[in-house]
Ligand binder design. Structure first.
Ligand code: ZN
Ligand code: ZN
Ligand code: ZN
Length: 376
């Protein structure tokens, strides 16, 4: 987590309605409140990111029917006050040498069950449990998976702009030399371009060449790119606080007929996944639509991951496009559609766009060509 809080176009009123909705959703889920640590949920709810996340407790406490309270170390209170959401919450600061858990406990029901951020430090959860032994805790993300899933119009604009910046990055990277350079060199180029086009944070720059492309988790290595390589390029990060994530698979020099065929299958699968996006369809239908194309072509066993994940103030979040996820799609949800085929020891192909659900279908935030691009 970096300390840059980008100038988001959100007002105190926006943050108030998010906090109110979160508290209400928590109550509906049977929770006495939400304990929100610095990170994506806190940024989304308050606009506040501490300059540095340290061992000192910073915690947003949301409980239905009560004003939101942000517990902060005294020395960070002046920073917290500057956050747009600070106008609609109460700051409670604690000084070194006092017990922040006792202060927080005053705000909590003694026997309540609370949703707590997935990224809260264990030491803070243990401190609260020790102070209030009757309380219990649940993963905030598990309890409220759709809390941040439906984006408002301003968020959609920011995600569209992040997608356009990632597209601009692809248009530049396809012009750089590949053959003779290492994957890590191209990865550096990708990071530089993402920053040049406005990203303040680069989350990943995957350059999977030849056999490395068959491992979806490969990031970059020392392998020198050569003529004949398929190269999976998957890159993204945060621009003005909102995420980008796109993949294109390029080829160094002319491809073989088999490489073309596999790329065509993935492209058709990605198109089928995109066409399955419409309000009311279950998340798993997007996965099924993309997977059916790959399975029917005989490559089903080589599509080894889910079809997509949500995106917002992070680059990976609910909803997930995966078999078994029956959550219906709602206009304003944003997620990736990214099928792939991975042939062990040989090469991989993946094509990924961020898509948002509209009133009657889907709209892509990534619009560079999905044809196989030949690089040199
Ligand atoms: Zn090749
Ligand atoms: Zn990606
Ligand atoms: Zn992705």
């Amino acid at each position: 987590m970096t300390g840059t809080t980008p100038a988001a176009p959100f007002t105190a009123g926006d943050y108030r309605s998010r906090m109110t909705r979160a508290a209400r959703t928590a109550a509906d889920a049977g929770l006495a409140g939400l304990l929100v640590a610095p990170g994506p949920d806190m940024v989304w709810l308050t606009g506040y990111t501490p300059t540095a996340v340290t061992e000192r407790l910073t915690l947003l406490v949301l409980a239905p029917g009560r004003d939101p309270v942000l517990v902060v170390p005294t020395l960070e209170a002046p920073d917290a006050e500057k956050a747009a959401g600070a106008a609609v919450l109460t700051l409670r600061d604690w000084t070194d040498g006092t017990d922040p858990y006792a202060m927080t406990a005053d705000l909590l029901a003694e026997d309540g069950r609370f949703g707590i951020s997935d990224n809260a430090w264990a030491m803070h959860l243990l401190g609260l449990q020790k102070t209030l032994p009757g309380t219990s805790y649940a993963s905030l993300t598990d309890a409220l998976p759709m809390l941040r899933a439906v984006k408002d119009p301003a968020e959609l604009e920011l995600l569209a702009a992040a997608g356009a910046a990632a597209d601009a990055t692809f248009e530049e990277i396809r012009k750089v030399p590949f053959a003779g350079r290492r994957e890590s060199d191209v990865g550096h180029d990708l990071a530089d371009l993402l920053r040049r086009f406005g990203h303040e944070q680069v989350d990943f720059t995957i350059v999977g060449s030849g056999p490395n492309g068959a491992n979806p988790h490969h990031e970059v290595g020392d392998r020198v790119l050569q003529d004949g390589d398929m190269v999976v390029l998957d890159f993204g990060g945060l621009k003005d606080g909102y995420g980008s994530d796109t993949t294109r698979t390029v080829h160094v020099g002319p491809p073989t007929a088999e490489e073309r065929e596999v790329h065509d299958i993935v492209r058709a699968a990605q198109e089928a996944g995109f066409r399955a996006v419409r309000p009311g369809a279950a998340c798993q239908e997007v996965d099924r639509a993309a997977r059916a194309v790959i399975t029917d072509a005989g490559y089903g066993e080589f599509f080894i991951h889910r079809t997509g994940h949500g995106i917002g103030v992070t680059t990976h979040e609910p909803p997930y496009m995966i078999e078994g996820e029956e959550q219906p799609l709602v206009p304003g949800m944003c997620f990736s559609v990214e099928p792939g085929i991975y042939l062990p020891g040989r090469f991989g192909v993946r094509i990924e766009d961020i898509v948002t659900v509209t009133g009657d279908g889907g709209r892509r935030f990534n619009n560079t060509t999905r044809e196989m691009v030949i690089v040199s």
